[in-house]
Design a protein around this ligand. Structure first.
Ligand SMILES: Cc1cc2nc3c(=O)[nH]c(=O)nc-3n(C[C@H](O)[C@H](O)[C@H](O)COP(=O)(O)OP(=O)(O)OC[C@H]3O[C@@H](n4cnc5c(N)ncnc54)[C@H](O)[C@@H]3O)c2cc1C
Length: 525
């Protein structure tokens, strides 16, 4: 290690290597209990420095764990899967290296955040936007894409709208995916498939390479935008509402992503746990009912951002959605920049509340931090102005899974989740995102207070029980926390053997993010 550090100090300077115990301890904190220690933090400042770091690590057999934004909250934050890794913090490698307004893309380095792209596009007076997730504006676009995260807008399924990856392999070699291996190719940022075997997928949810550059596609800011708001209290109509949304998406009437949240998720945005009213957990039903009335929260609430090329097209879509959704909702209204159009129920305060998001906010690519407050739900102290989930002891364990886009599956999965999480005395925060016309991405937050003795263990036990129940019902996770890398059911084929072979071929010294999505618990000797 001493020899390796000597080399790196020469190459990157003293400040790029952090050994301060306090900084190491902070970086090893997640939103749930972990025991992994971080040996050191390396902070390269440019892409070629990333390559130096990897070459040195490969030569001296030092395990590296790359993070770009480190905001992987609910899945492990910046904590490595295995103990005693060096954290390779890529947040300083943060240039936007290309931008094209006509062909609608930006090419970015790992440290580039959602906020940075929004500000950059604003500075360019661009007519384009990036799909925005509900997490911190300071999360990394590359980090989110590599985890196959999702956002709002027509390009919500993030990894489906990226290409041209630059990858540092665990031995320090570099490859470019798609057409990127040809220096003269004019379609590197435009065409996903390139020519020959397509390698991009090998580097998302994996530990086979470090991405130092990626092209991300942008979509036009809609010429005419309206928001469709849906509220439903009668759970019996929930499956029919989901089916109606799927049909509209399949027909192409809904180009963006319909979103549905359960009452507890919405309530946690508006306020923290009502400790003054009860010390009991999970939240007693009569108190929940009162709070729902007070804050106009529905059992299910949903939003669809609807972009159209003109107000006339928008009006036609509004009429169609109104007809198709009214029967399955208790409140249904639409809002554009100037007016509210109520189809059913009384929108009350909501018109004023949502009017602002048409011109600014996540539906037009502006990242906002307002959902982060919901993770302070069980805290007894109020939310600070500067929220920091790891530092503030906010407990969060997330489960992400893919389910079929049918009302029956949405009903079955959400009932199972609610029963299991409430039996463990927590409140499930559930969101459903109609990510494609066939699949829903379902996100579950188990939210708790890490400062309460024993809660880390209780929440983790709840997580494991829930995962088992979901597996048994045929709903397999599609994104894993660091605690869950070896928790998937066994493969029925030679998938694991193939992953093992790939890992050993790409990374013979096992230096890159050991244990991350390589399912080594099932490897053969
Ligand atoms: C309230 C709340 C709302 C959220 N909403 C959303 C949402 O709407 N959509 C969503 O997708 N997620 C959401 N999340 C989860 C999470 O915060 C985001 O996915 C976030 O984008 C991940 O953090 P990051 O972008 O900083 O990625 P990072 O932490 O940098 O990266 C994630 C992981 O990818 C790997 N990695 C990162 N960079 C590289 C690289 N260059 N090369 C190789 N491997 C790398 C690392 O293993 C790392 O741990 C939410 C979380 C909370 C608490």
């Amino acid at each position: 290690m001493e020899l390796a550090l000597k080399k790196l100090r020469l190459l990157m300077g003293e400040k790029a290597i952090i050994t301060d115990p306090q900084a190491l301890q902070t970086a090893a904190q997640a939103t749930f209990g972990t025991s992994q220690k971080i040996q050191m933090i390396w902070r390269p400042a440019a892409r070629e420095q990333v390559q130096w770091c990897v070459k040195v690590a490969h030569q001296h057999k030092i395990p590296l764990y790359p993070v770009s934004g480190g905001k992987n909250w609910g899945f492990g934050s910046s904590v490595p899967v295995q103990d005693q890794c060096v954290l390779l913090d890529l947040s300083r490698v943060n240039q936007i290296t290309a931008y094209d307004e006509k062909l609608a893309y930006v090419t970015v380095e790992p440290g580039v955040t959602f906020r940075q792209i929004y500000q950059f596009l604003k500075g360019e007076k661009s007519a384009l936007m990036l799909s925005i997730p509900g997490t911190s504006p300071d999360a990394s676009v590359i980090g989110n894409a590599l985890e196959r995260g999702h956002g709002l807008g027509p390009y919500a399924d993030r990894f489906a709208y990226v290409c041209g990856l630059e990858v540092v392999l665990p031995n320090g070699e570099i490859i470019h995916t798609g057409f990127g291996r040809f220096p003269h190719a004019r379609t590197t940022p435009l065409a996903r498939w390139g020519v020959g075997p397509m390698l991009d997928g090998l580097f998302s949810q994996s530990n086979l390479g470090i991405i130092t550059q990626m092209t991300v596609w942008l979509s036009p800011i809609p010429k005419y935008l309206q928001l469709c708001y849906m509220g439903l209290n009668d759970s019996a109509r929930f499956p029919a509402l989901v089916d109606a949304l799927q049909q509209l998406k399949l027909e192409g009437v809904i180009a963006q992503t319909p979103i549905l949240w359960n009452d507890l998720k919405q309530l946690a945005i508006v306020q923290q746990y009502p400790w003054a009213k009860t010390a009991e957990t999970p939240l007693p039903l009569p108190i929940l009912d009162n709070l729902k009335k007070l804050h106009e929260v529905y059992t299910w609430q949903g939003w669809i951002g609807m972009g159209a090329a003109s107000a006339q097209i928008g009006e036609a879509e509004r009429l169609l959605l109104g007809e198709r959704l009214a029967e399955w909702t208790d409140l249904l209204f639409f809002l554009d920049e100037n007016e509210a159009y109520t189809v059913k129920g009384n929108p009350g305060k909501k018109v004023r509340q949502y009017q602002g998001v048409i011109k600014q906010g996540p539906f037009v690519g502006e990242p906002v931090a307002n959902t982060m407050g919901s993770i302070y739900w069980r805290k007894t102290k109020s939310r600070p102005a500067q929220m920091h989930l790891d530092r503030d002891g906010c407990g969060l364990i997330s489960l992400a899974l893919a389910i079929p886009f049918t009302g029956a599956d949405a009903e079955k999965a959400t009932s199972l989740i609610s029963r299991t999480v409430q039996a463990a005395c927590f409140e499930p925060h559930i969101s459903l995102i109609g990510i494609t016309e066939r699949e829903i991405d379902l996100a579950i937050f188990i939210v708790y207070d890490r400062e309460v003795a024993g809660e880390d263990d209780r929440a983790m036990a709840c997580y494991h029980t829930l995962q088992t129940h979901l597996d048994q019902a045929g709903y397999v996770l599609n994104r894993l926390g660091i605690q869950a890398m070896d928790s998937l059911p066994p493969a029925q084929d030679d998938y694991i053997k193939t992953i093992q072979r790939l890992k050993q071929a790409f990374d013979p010294h096992d230096i890159l993010a050991p244990g991350r999505y390589d399912f080594r618990g099932q490897w053969s000797e």
